[in-house]
Design a protein around this ligand. Structure first.
Ligand code: HXC
Ligand code: NAP
Length: 287
C-alpha cells in the first residue's frame, strides 16, 4: 500500500492498526479532533464524530465518502447527559461496540478571573470536565461489559501550573487529568486503558480565534517555547494515535506532554550565562 495517500499522522503506523475498531471522537470534525478522526479512519477504524454543529461534520464526512472510509456523525452537546447517552446508544446500535473513545471537545477563551461570569465558567467546565466524565462513564459501562477498550483525553500543561486568563480551562483540565488517573486505576483490571495528552499551543480555527487572535501575542508565546515553534496538529495527532494503538497496551493513567519544552522553561530562574565561579575551598585558598 502506498502510504503517501494516508493522512500524515497515520503514516507512522501499519495500515491495519485500527482495523474494524469502532471509535467515537468528540469534537472530531475540527482541529485536532479532525486530524485524529481522519487518521483512525484511514487506518481501518469505523469512526463516529460528535459535536453540536452539523456544519463541523461536513469536512470529515465528505473526505470519508471520497476515500471509502467508514464514517458517521452525531449531533451532541457533551454538557447534556441525556444527549451523551443518546450519542453512545446510537453508536452501539449501529456498530454493536465501541473500542475507542477520544474526549477531545473543548471550549476556551482568555478572560481575567474577576470578570468571568458564572455562565462563562459553567460553559467551559461543562464542556471539558462534565462532558469528559459523561462520555467516559457511558462508553466505559459498555467497555467494561464487553471486555475492554481504550480512552484518550486531551488536557493542557496548565493543568499542573495554572495560567493567568484561563482559570476555567485550567481548572477543568486539572479535573480531567485527575479523572484520567482515577478511571485508569478503577478500570485497568477490566481491560480499559485511559490516558491523556497535554499539548502546548498548535493552530486550529478555535484556538487561534479564541486565544491568540493578535500576531504579537502569538509571537510572544512562541518566544517562550524552547523548541522555537508551535506543534503542528499532525504531530499532536500522531502521539494521540500512539497512545490509542496496541503498541501502548501496557500504558494506562499516563499523560504525554507534547509542548516543545514550554513547561520546562516556565518557572526558570537561571540562564546558563548566569554561571558564578565556584568559591575556593579553604584548602585551595591555602588556609
Ligand atoms: C468572556 C465569554 C467569552 C469571552 C464567551 N463568554 N466568550 N466571556 N470572554 N471571550 C461567556 C458569554 O458571555 C456567556 O456568559 C458564557 O460565556 C457562555 O457563552 P455562550 O456563547 O453562550 O457559550 P457557548 O455557545 O456554550 O460557547 C462555548 C464557548 C465558545 C466555550 C464560550 O468559546 C466555544 O464554543 N468554543 C469552542 C472552540 C474553542 O474554544 N476551541 C479552543 C480550544 S483550545 P454570560 O454571563 O455573558 O451569559 C484549548 C486549549 C488551549 O482548549 C491550550 C493552549 C496551550
Ligand atoms: P477546536 O478545533 O476549536 O475544536 C473544539 C471542538 O469541540 C469543536 O469541534 C466543537 O464542535 C467541539 N465542541 C465544543 N463544545 C462542544 C460541546 N458542548 N459538545 C460537543 N462538542 C463540542 O479545538 P482544538 O484546538 O482542535 O482543540 C482540541 C483539543 O485540544 C481540546 O481539548 C483542547 O482543549 C486541546 N488543546 C488545544 C490546544 C491548542 O493550542 N489548539 C492546546 C492544548 C490542548 P462544535 O462547535 O460543533 O460543538
Amino acid at each position: 500500500m502506498d502510504s503517501s495517500n494516508l493522512p500524515q499522522p497515520a503514516r507512522a503506523f501499519a495500515p491495519d492498526t485500527f482495523k474494524d475498531q469502532v471509535a467515537l471522537i468528540t469534537g472530531g470534525g475540527t482541529g485536532l479532533g479532525l486530524e485524529i478522526s481522519r487518521s483512525l479512519a484511514a487506518l481501518g477504524a469505523k469512526v463516529t464524530i460528535a459535536s453540536r454543529s452539523t456544519e463541523h461534520h461536513g469536512e470529515f464526512l465528505n473526505e470519508a465518502r471520497e476515500r471509502g472510509w467508514s464514517a458517521d456523525a452525531v449531533t451532541c452537546d457533551v454538557r447534556e447527559p441525556d444527549q451523551v447517552q443518546r450519542m453512545t446508544d446510537s453508536v452501539l446500535d449501529q456498530h454493536g461496540k465501541i473500542d475507542i473513545l477520544v474526549n477531545n471537545a473543548a471550549g476556551n477563551f482568555v478572560c481575567p478571573s474577576e470578570r468571568l461570569s458564572a455562565r462563562a465558567w459553567r460553559a467551559v467546565l461543562g464542556i471539558v470536565l462534565d462532558g469528559t466524565f459523561y462520555c467516559s462513564r457511558d462508553v466505559g459501562k459498555h467497555m467494561l461489559k464487553s471486555g475492554g477498550g481504550t480512552m484518550l483525553n486531551v488536557v493542557a500543561t496548565y493543568a499542573w501550573t495554572g495560567m493567568p486568563g484561563v482559570a476555567h480551562s485550567a481548572s477543568a483540565k486539572a479535573g480531567v487529568l485527575a479523572l484520567t488517573k482515577t478511571l485508569a486505576a478503577e478500570w485497568a483490571d477490566r481491560g480499559v486503558r485511559v490516558n491523556c495528552v497535554a499539548p502546548g499551543p498548535f493552530h486550529t480555527d478555535g484556538a487561534s480565534a479564541n486565544l491568540w487572535p493578535d500576531p504579537k501575542v502569538e509571537e510572544r508565546i512562541k518566544s517562550r517555547i524552547p523548541l522555537g515553534r508551535f506543534a503542528t496538529r499532525e504531530e499532536v495527532a500522531t502521539h494521540c494515535l500512539y497512545l490509542l494503538a496496541p503498541v501502548s497496551a501496557y500504558i494506562t493513567g499516563e499523560c504525554l506532554v507534547i509542548d516543545g519544552g514550554m513547561t520546562l522553561a516556565a518557572g526558570r530562574m537561571f540562564e546558563v550565562g548566569d554561571r558564578v565561579a565556584r568559591k575556593p575551598r579553604a584548602k585551595e585558598a591555602g588556609q
